[in-house]
Write a protein that binds this ligand. Structure first.
Ligand SMILES: Cc1cc2nc3c(=O)[nH]c(=O)nc-3n(C[C@H](O)[C@H](O)[C@H](O)COP(=O)(O)OP(=O)(O)OC[C@H]3O[C@@H](n4cnc5c(N)ncnc54)[C@H](O)[C@@H]3O)c2cc1C
Length: 396
């Protein structure tokens, strides 16, 4: 049996990037992917356009049990990621909000390039790794169909539990545990926030811009601004996705539908003596205004409701009943704690020559290219460390 320099379990974003770096340096790489092809999830990212990084990235854009040190993103800046992709042949573009995409605006372009640069790797698809053991300093990997592979170094790039239909499942966590790592509780992140259906049914399909505050016991614990989308049972949209990380049942989402104006300014804008139902004509989506007024107990036929109506649209509340399922979430909160990893190399502090990259770690970013940025960064970090340690070591 051939013993590879490096085996990578997971042919997703971070696994492919690590493989590309190692292949370019001429190392022998085994890439195991449980799904029938590599990069399935990558193709769905950014609605098929692959929002691969962001012009402004720092540790504050990420959550997890422990905070990433600032130096990590001083080393792996957006410029560094752009340069790495440029060296693979990819041209990128930035949109007006700093989100970085392939110039082609096609996730396929990114995947095609990564596949081309991993051609010298032994890539085995439909091959789920179910067990890893280390004997005599060598990793032995058992696959679900009974094959056994071996390598000097191992990268666990198995991703998370979110949107498992786009990957081969969440066995990565049990592999990490079997090698001595802990896994913190997993929950969906970057997902819709569920509210009582009777409160949103009439609004389903509406999109509006708002400032959204997350309230716990009447205290604002986080807020975001942007487009809110209403479904028949939930609030969605990027700003809600970002708040989902902190949202819990019984907390409240309060929408300010006119954040640019104070309540007094709104009151001054409203026509005098009109029935409440007509006050926001020409200002807000009619159904949205009506529901906000009803929520505050304002009679739609009242003709003296300007003051209360102005306050109602600045504090349109929804009680949170839960989060959308892991299946519909973009990322996983929780995972292997970063305190168990040497972040200068992504090498495990628990098991020598084991490296962990991407979403399997207890780090999740906000919407806007941050999760892929983390996947590429950790992959580059692991590949650099492996190349450094293999120099003059194991033959290619
Ligand atoms: C719909 C959607 C859209 C998204 N859009 C964006 C976006 O635009 N920008 C952004 O930054 N982030 C986005 N994300 C998040 C981003 O895709 C992930 O955070 C990122 O792909 C994580 O990279 P990874 O390498 O850790 O894992 P993945 O890319 O998920 O790859 C893990 C791979 O490992 C394989 N695998 C798992 N276990 C095993 C095993 N035991 N044996 C063999 N193979 C295994 C899986 O099949 C998978 O192919 C999106 C996520 C989703 C679901």
């Amino acid at each position: 049996m051939k013993t590879f320099d490096t085996a990578i379990i997971g042919g997703g974003a971070s696994g492919l990037m690590a493989a590309a770096q190692l292949c370019r340096a001429g190392r022998s790489v085994l890439l195991l992917e449980g799904a029938d092809r590599v990069g399935k999830k990558l193709l769905s990212t950014g609605a098929g356009r692959c929002n691969l990084s962001n012009a402004s990235v720092d540790a504050g854009d990420y959550r997890g049990g422990e905070r990433l040190p600032d130096w990590f993103f001083q080393k792996y800046t957006p410029e560094r990621i752009e340069a790495e992709f440029r060296s693979l042949g990819l041209l990128v573009r930035r949109d007006h909000e700093g989100r970085i995409y392939p110039y082609s605006l096609r996730a396929n372009t990114v995947l095609d390039l990564l596949r081309r640069h991993t051609q010298t790797a032994e890539t085995v698809c439909s091959c789920e790794a179910v067990r890893v053991r280390k004997e005599g300093g060598v990793f032995f990997i058992d696959s679900a169909d009974g094959r056994v592979f071996s390598a000097q170094k191992l990268i666990l790039a198995c991703g998370g539990a979110a949107s498992a239909q786009l990957s081969s499942g969440k066995t990565g966590y049990s592999l990490a545990q079997s090698l001595g790592h802990r896994v913190t509780p997993l929950s969906p992140s970057l997902c819709a926030v569920e509210v009582p259906p009777r409160e949103v049914r009439a609004l389903a399909g509406i999109r509006c811009r708002a400032k959204v505050s997350l309230l716990s016991d009447e205290k604002e614990i986080a807020y975001e601004s942007g487009e809110v989308q209403f479904t028949a049972r939930a609030l969605s949209g990027i700003c809600v996705f970002n708040l989902s990380r902190f949202a819990k049942p019984a907390m409240v989402l309060s929408l300010d539908l006119m954040p640019e104006y104070s309540a007094a300014e709104i009151e001054a804008l409203l026509p005098r003596g009109e029935e409440a139902r007509n006050l926001f004509e020409g200002i807000l989506h009619p159904r949205l205004a009506l529901e906000a007024l009803k929520k505050c107990g304002i009679s739609l036929s009242a003709s003296d409701a300007e003051n209360r109506a102005a306050r109602a649209v600045k504090d349109f509340r929804f009680e949170i009943t839960g989060l959308d399922s892991m299946k519909n979430a973009q990322v996983t909160a929780g995972g292997v704690p970063i305190s168990e990893i040497d972040l200068s190399s992504m090498e495990s502090k628990v098991e020598k020559n084991l490296y962990l990259t991407g979403e399997i770690l207890d780090i999740d970013g906000i919407c806007g290219g941050y999760n892929l940025h983390f996947a590429w960064s950790t992959a580059l970090c692991a590949a650099e460390a492996i190349l450094g340690s293999l120099e003059g070591g194991v033959p290619a």
